[in-house]
Design a protein around this ligand. Sequence first.
Ligand SMILES: Nc1nc2c(ncn2[C@@H]2O[C@H](COP(=O)(O)OP(=O)(O)OP(=O)(O)O)[C@@H](O)[C@H]2O)c(=O)[nH]1
Ligand SMILES: [Mg+2]
Length: 239
Amino acid sequence: MTDQPLVAVIVPALNEAGKIGRVLDKMPRDPRFEAIVVDDGSTDGTGEEARAHGAAAVVRHHVRGGVGAAIRDGWRVALDRNRPYVALVSGDDQHDPAELVCAFEVLLRDQVDYVQGSRWMQGGRVEGQPGGRGLGTRAYSIAFSILAGRRITDATNGFRILRADVLRDPGINLDQAWLTSYDLEPYVLFKAIRRGYRVAEVPCTVRYHAREGYTKMRGPRDWWRLFRPAVLLRFGVKR
Ligand SMILES: Nc1nc2c(ncn2[C@@H]2O[C@H](COP(=O)(O)OP(=O)(O)OP(=O)(O)O)[C@@H](O)[C@H]2O)c(=O)[nH]1
Ligand SMILES: [Mg+2]
C-alpha cells in the first residue's frame, strides 16, 4: 500500500477567479483524490486562488493554449506522477467534484475503464440551464452515439474518470495539433469506445451560473470543434 493519491483530477481553467476556489472546496475530502489545475494564461488570479484552495499542483500556461491543450497537459502531469486514474471536472463550477467518489466506486466495482457523467440519465440533475442548451446537448449526444455505435446520453459532459492506461494506448494520440480546443474530450471518449474499452455512465449534476458567465464557447465554430472528432474519426479522416 502507498499513501499516494490514486486519482488525479484535472481542472482546466481560464479566468475562473471566484469559481475555481469553489470547485476546489468541493473536491472529495478523501486522500485518494488530488486536484491538478491547469491555468491557461488567466489574467485574473485563477492560479493563486487555486493554490490557496488546496490544488496539489497548478500548471501555468503563459499563453492561452485552449481547453484541450490544458487538459492534455494536466493528464501528462498525472501520468508523470504515476496516478493510475485520472478524472476531469470543469473549472467554472459546473460540476460537483464530490460526485467523483461515486463515479470512482462504479469504475472499480464494475471493472470498467472509463466512466462518463450524465445529466440526462436517471438520477442526473441540471440547474439553471440556459435556453437551447438542453436540446443542443441531447441532439449532440444522439449524433455522437450513432457515429460511435454506442448510446451515450450526455457526450459533451466534461465530468469523467478513467484508467490512466487508456491515455497510454498508442492508438489514442492526444498530441495532435487539431485537438487543442473542445475537441480533445470527445476525441478520447470516441476512441475509448471504438477501441473496445469498457465505458459506463453515471448520473451527475450540471449547474449553470448564468449571472457569472458559464461558458467560453463562441458560436458555431466551437460547436463544430466539439462535434468534429466523431465525424472525422468515423470517416477515417483523422486517427
Ligand atoms: N485552460 C483553458 N480552459 C478553458 C479554455 N476555454 C475554456 N476553458 C475552461 O474549460 C472549462 C469548460 O469551458 P466552458 O467554455 O465553460 O465549456 P463547457 O463547460 O464544457 O461547456 P458549457 O459551459 O456547457 O458551454 C472551464 O473551466 C473553462 O475555464 C481555454 O482556452 N483554456
Ligand atoms: Mg462551462
